[in-house]
Design a binder for this molecule. Structure first.
Ligand SMILES: [Zn+2]
Length: 704
């Protein structure tokens, strides 16, 4: 549920983590608002970087397989003083928690991060060497991924320099390194050595391969000394089969074996990560004083209660209060939210997104949300799985002001919360589309669509309608997709029944609802889709992406692991296979290059409808075996020849497959110790921002 990672979207280009050559795919292309998007991709990054009309440089930097972008907050200066002050307090609350994700991912991440930062700040020798340049790139990758594993593939980075080089930098750099108490620098280095340099140690952050103990084989720091079976037993004992309002077990703790017993170490004030959480609470308390209205104030207060108690019922209370806050222009996500980094989908990664509403785009989403019941009633899912009353759908477009933790630097482009199924059913959910993030992606749209599209007609259609259709696809996925359908009575939530297949099945289900309606005249009637033909481009792109272009994001010889990628490949390859006899989707070749071309849009729509009905049945019944069969058969294996071709074509295009963002900086203007205004600045140097954050927001001890 949760989020649409940018990167994941069509890939050409979120989530999940959220990230994207396919960006371009998902986003629209050059339009009259984006005069520079046609800049040649062969040009060096700085020159090629797109600007908006005000000359704002969107692209800041490229390194490794990454591109660092910037986003603006349109209209910030025009906000009233109270709103700006509120945004500032929430900005501080977000950044205060930013280091938590490092330790959540791996117990050595903070030590590695701080060691690299100290070298970059203070190493007195020459920086004009291959080793130093490799170390700097490694540090940037660690910052970008909030740790030493790739944010998207989950593989541990090859540092690109030797242990001896690291030893030299540590020994020659003045100032403190984050050694353990009493540890010498040599002992510290010896301890870090296998963690950084031995590729076989903690190789995979999240390992969801079938047939392995995914808890012990994943490097993520959510479990210590426990097996998958022990974890499952531990929670099976705590769950009550007939509880209609179950808490999200395990969401806010690390589970460790202590003296033969399993213990949850809860992330709360007075618990694990208290040093950062106390700061979050302090800033939330400031925010309470300037809240826009009672509903928002109540939500902030409930969040504070939850951080203080660590009680998961308090978390549910907070989510209900948050869902009920629909009128506010400012919104906050701050907590342990998405469970993608947990191989069994229970524990939440810290993330925060502070945003302010975009009133114009919100009207478009409202138009869809008003028809939610029509979409439910006309859906191809079985009648018993339809909701009689689709409630609480609150889609809107927001502009991001700052992001932290798992939502940064790589960011989702859409968010749908809360994740608790019963809260969604009884109280509804909120969906947002991150408008200014999507706009930034639009401005750097790449040449991938041109390369993988069959003909000029497809390209032209994409250029004309791409932006509109892409935004609509996101809205439909979030507002209608995740909100649709219901579980059979007594069936446990998705992540319990479908376990590691829960995320890809749920994302596929939401995608299929959006796809099913994307060529429905209903969307034209309500004024959100220019024509049915415009909707066809979503089919073109989805199939291209799921069968080909997203393969750009994985290494040759590997299988598809990430939930959104599994979802998209599963949907596309299932539809391709089912439609073979009628040539619904045709595989063509031209000059040795492969293309997938949709021949019959209506037939493809029917196939999407069939698969949607089946996925809803799987979710409603909690049919693990069927979920596993679909994902493993269609979503995991890669044709090595096709994969090699995709990689080669992308290499010729020279587009980094993943993107992330530098945050704006909010600066309070004070007079006589009181804030009288808040100004926004747009830093352009990724390294400088990371070092600034390291100076300002390093609240956690290195070793927990
Ligand atoms: Zn989703």
């Amino acid at each position: 549920m949760g989020e649409i990672p940018t990167t994941e979207r069509y890939i050409s280009g979120v989530t999940i983590r959220l990230l994207l050559a396919f960006l371009a795919f998902s986003l629209l292309r050059a339009c009259d608002e984006a005069p520079d998007t046609s800049a040649p991709v062969e040009a060096p990054a700085a020159e090629a970087a797109a600007q908006d009309q005000g000359g704002f440089q969107v692209e800041a930097e490229r390194f490794a397989d990454l591109r660092v972008l910037r986003y603006r907050v349109p209209g910030f200066e025009g906000l009233d003083f109270r709103t700006k002050t509120l945004l500032y307090y929430l900005y501080e609350a977000s950044l205060s928690g930013r280091e938590i994700i490092y330790d959540q991912k791996h117990g050595y991440n903070l030590a590695i991060k701080r060691t690299l930062e100290q070298i970059i700040r203070s190493y007195p020798g020459s920086r004009d060497t291959e080793d130093f340049s490799a170390l700097l790139t490694y540090a940037k990758r660690v910052w970008f991924s909030n740790g030493m594993h790739h944010h998207y593939s989950n593989d541990k980075f090859d540092p690109g320099f030797s242990y001896e080089a690291l030893e030299h930098y540590v020994m020659e750099t003045p100032g403190g390194f984050p050694t353990r108490p009493g540890q010498s620098p040599q002992q510290f280095l010896a301890e870090l050595r296998p963690v950084i340099f031995d590729p076989s140690v903690d190789a995979k952050l999240v390992d969801t391969r079938a047939g392995v103990d995914v808890v012990t084989s994943s490097a993520v720091n959510f479990y210590q000394g426990v097996t998958q079976e022990e974890v499952e037993e531990f929670y099976a004992e705590r769950r009550q089969a007939d509880d209609p309002t179950p808490v999200s077990y395990g969401l806010n703790s690390r589970l460790v074996a202590e003296d033969g017993a399993l213990v949850e170490q809860t992330w709360k004030v007075g618990g694990l990560y208290t040093q950062a959480i106390e700061r979050i609470v302090y800033w939330l308390e400031q925010a309470v004083a300037v809240a826009e209205n009672d509903a928002q104030r109540l939500a902030f207060e409930k969040l504070i209660e939850y951080y203080n108690s660590g009680d998961l019922e308090a978390w549910d209370d907070y989510n209900i209060a948050w869902v009920n806050d629909n009128e506010s222009s400012v919104d906050l996500i701050n907590g342990f939210v998405e469970v993608y980094n947990d191989p069994i989908g229970m524990r939440g990664s810290f993330e925060s997104v502070v945003s302010v509403r975009d009133p114009i785009a919100t009207r478009r989403i409202d138009a869809i949300a008003r028809e939610a019941q029509w979409f439910e009633d006309n859906s191809p899912i079985l009648n018993e799985h339809k909701k009689a009353n689709v409630t609480g759908i609150a889609g809107k477009v927001i502009n991001v002001v700052v992001e932290a933790g798992d939502a940064s630097p790589a960011t989702p482009i859409g968010i749908n919360l809360p994740n608790s199924d019963w809260i969604r059913v009884q109280h509804g959910s909120k969906s947002v589309n991150l408008g200014n993030i999507v706009a930034a992606y639009d401005l750097v749209s790449d040449e991938a669509e041109r390369e993988f599209a069959w003909d000029a007609n497809e390209i032209e259609r994409g250029e004309r309608y791409g932006q509109t259709v892409s935004a609509l696809m996101t809205d439909m996925h979030e507002v209608i997709g995740h909100a649709s359908g219901q579980l059979n009575p007594g069936v446990a939530p998705l992540h319990e029944t479908l376990r590691n297949y829960g995320s890809p099945i749920e994302e596929a289900r939401a995608d299929l609802i959006a796809l099913y309606y994307m060529i429905d005249p209903k969307l034209v009637d309500i004024g959100v889709l220019p024509s049915v033909e415009a909707g066809h481009i979503e089919y073109d792109r989805y199939i291209r992406n799921g069968l080909m272009t997203q393969l750009n994001r994985i290494v040759l010889g590997e299988t598809v692991e990430e939930a959104h990628m599994r979802n998209r490949q599963m949907v596309a390859s299932w539809a391709y296979e089912q439609g073979l006899q009628d040539n619904v989707i045709e595989r063509r070749e031209r000059d040795g290059e492969t293309f997938f071309v949709v021949n019959d849009y209506e037939a493809l729509r029917e196939l999407f409808g069939q698969l949607l009905r089946e996925l809803q049945r799987i979710k409603s019944e909690g049919d693990f075996a069927a979920a596993q069969a679909l994902i493993e058969t269609y979503g995991v294996q890669v044709d090595p020849e096709l994969h090699a071709e995709v990689l080669a074509r992308y290499e010729d295009l020279d587009i980094p497959p993943y993107s992330g963002f530098i945050n704006p900086r909010l600066v309070p203007v004070e007079e006589n110790g009181e804030i009288v205004d808040v100004v926004i600045e747009y830093p352009a140097d990724f390294t400088a921002q990371m070092l600034e954050y390291a100076d300002e927001y390093a609240f956690l001890p290195t070793w927990q």
